[in-house]
Design a protein around this ligand. Structure first.
Ligand SMILES: [Zn+2]
Length: 302
């Protein structure tokens, strides 16, 4: 049986940009990491505090996904980068950040995908592990609901239902392939409502938010000059968030995800419910997909 290998990037690469919530300029450097490292953030401005990308370090989920390590050091807005790492199938990476959150870039995952592709992707000498969901897991919170059901690959059906005429009810389906992620999901931007922005500013949030890094919605339209990137960009961004948040499991999931009105809190709750019992999951090496490697898939049955 030939397993799929773990991956990192070929060489270090960096970017800089404003933090969506802090409004400060932040530099970020991605560096190759050895087999078995996982994704590890470093706050280089906080004594090189380490924050592994782990679901149980998620501390806040109100306006993004924030990690907090055992020493109380935070790093916010990790979800769009995590989605890009899922889409590029990166297992091991050091991410150095000199501020309180990952830079917003354009509010989507596409700039991070571009960055990773510019650095190049390097195969490593150990098998890649997937996290198989063995039993259905469901979290319900009022109208919101997320279920993970056992499957041999990763797919998500997602529905959002906003009481707003510009968004209203939208759905997005994703079959889990990296190419599909790049073309169908990665460019979907975060969004906000103009009347909420003033309230967020007053509360000290979204200080870096602008038409450069978010879709801004008013009563009857979006304010951004170019309009939307996808007809259902709002649902696709929620998909992006869901993919990124679930990659905090530490490995790609083998599951079908059904998400109704999900948010960062619900996504994280799904992982906490999954990991609540050892019976719910198991790690296993990923074997090449039958469609792309038929001869190896045949051998894998032996
Ligand atoms: Zn988002």
């Amino acid at each position: 049986m030939t397993a799929v290998c773990q991956k990192t990037i070929k060489s270090a690469i960096g970017c800089s940009g404003i933090g969506l919530h802090s409004g400060v300029d932040i530099n970020m450097t991605l560096r190759p990491a050895p087999v078995g490292t996982g994704i590890v953030f470093t706050r280089v401005d906080q004594g090189n505090a380490l924050l592994p990308a782990a679901h149980d370090l998620v501390s806040e989920t109100q306006l993004g996904t924030t990690l907090r390590n055992v020493d109380g050091v935070n790093l916010g807005t990790v979800e769009h980068l995590m989605a890009a790492l899922w889409g590029c199938e990166i297992d091991n990476l050091f991410v150095d950040v000199d501020g309180p959150e990952v830079p917003a870039m354009d509010g989507s995952a596409a700039p991070f995908v571009f960055l990773i592709e510019c650095a190049g992707i390097a195969e490593q000498t150990a098998p890649r592990q997937a996290l198989r969901v063995c039993r259905p897991v469901e979290v319900v919170a009022g109208e919101k609901r997320i279920t993970l059901t056992p499957a041999d690959d990763f797919s998500v059906d997602l529905v959002i239902d906003f009481d707003h005429p510009v968004i209203s009810c939208q759905s997005s389906c994703f079959d889990g392939g990296p190419f599909a992620f790049k073309t169908e999901i990665s460019r979907a931007r975060t969004f906000g409502f103009a009347d909420e922005v003033a309230l967020l500013h007053a509360a000290g949030f979204a200080r870096g938010g602008s038409l450069e890094n978010a879709v801004v919605v008013v009563e009857d339209r979006v304010l951004n000059d170019g309009g939307l990137r996808y007809e259902n960009e709002f649902a696709r961004h929620k998909m992006l968030d869901c993919v990124g948040d679930l990659y905090l499991a530490g490995a790609p999931l083998l599951a079908h995800v059904d998400a109704h009105c999900p948010g960062h809190q619900l996504n994280n709750a799904a992982l906490r419910a999954l990991f609540a019992s050892d019976q719910n999951w198991k790690l296993e090496p990923i074997v090449p997909a039958a469609s792309s490697w038929p001869e190896m898939a045949a051998g894998a049955e032996a």
